[in-house]
Write a protein that binds this ligand. Structure first.
Ligand code: GLP
Length: 240
């Protein structure tokens, strides 16, 4: 119940109550929440207070509003650990989800300066520029652009890009992937991401730039990804 004498704000108590219902599965992804009016009369609180709680839940990605219909429980966010250099395919498999890819763009280019620097190559080295939508159980999660030297990783085909690139590098080419660095920053979607990630204008994304190296130190890839911030959270374990 809501405790009106508590120093904890009422909107916060309601917000926590709904969050618990979602976390414990009483409210499932896709379920419609009771209306503001129903919450207000059930708990004898004002609609303004209910709206405040629900707006907070919308902003935190727990629920979403559909114009003229109501408020619905959102799909659970994926917690992605930041330790370990894993591939998208492995990440999804670890969660019991199936990774698929939609190829948007695939060509061989002469590398721009930033790619030359990242891959430690000169302008005469041909580079694959690959753009894929990465999907989990059929839902778009990220739009990813990969730059990889054609000399280092030859014979990439459209067919191959339906599968895991890391799997190809390690198991077909026998090259050992060693380490990587990653920078994460926040942004909002551009037109390309709106189209391919199937999200609304203004939606938040997490931009990730990954530089990956083989065990012998050779730069393997430069990857720029936009992950849907409504579906993804990054998690790190810290020790002191
Ligand atoms: C993640 C990383 C990319 C990496 C990719 C490889 O998505 N952000 O930097 O290239 O995994 O995934 P896969 O082996 O499934 O193609």
């Amino acid at each position: 119940m809501i405790d009106k004498n508590s120093p904890i704000p009422i909107y916060y108590q309601l917000e926590e109550k709904i969050k618990t219902q979602i976390d414990q599965g009483e409210l499932q992804p896709g379920d419609m929440l009771p209306s503001e009016r129903e919450y207000a009369s059930h708990y004898a609180i004002s609609r303004m207070t209910v709206r405040q709680a629900i707006t907070k839940l919308v902003n935190d990605g727990y629920v979403y509003r559909k114009k003229g219909t109501g408020t619905f429980v959102a799909a659970k966010k994926i917690d992605q650990p930041l330790q370990g250099l894993t591939s998208f395919t492995e990440d999804m498999k670890a969660r019991g989800m199936v990774a698929t890819n939609r190829l948007i763009h695939f060509k061989v280019i002469s590398p721009p300066l930033s790619v030359m620097k990242a891959l430690n190559i000169d302008s005469s080295t041909p580079v694959y520029e690959i753009q894929r939508v990465r999907l989990a159980d059929g839902l778009p999660m990220a739009l990813e652009t990969t730059y990889i030297s054609k000399h280092l990783v030859p014979n990439i085909t459209e067919k191959l890009l339906e599968r895991s690139l890391y799997d190809y590098v390690e198991n077909s080419l026998g090259k050992e992937i060693g380490e990587g660095t990653q920078i994460i920053e926040s942004s909002t979607v551009n037109q390309n991401e709106i189209t391919h990630l199937n999200v609304k204008k203004g939606s938040p994304v997490l931009l990730i730039e990954r530089h990956t190296y083989l065990k012998d130190g050779t730069p393997l890839e430069l990857v720029k990804s936009s992950y849907r911030a409504d579906r993804y959270r990054f998690m790190i374990n810290m020790q002191r």
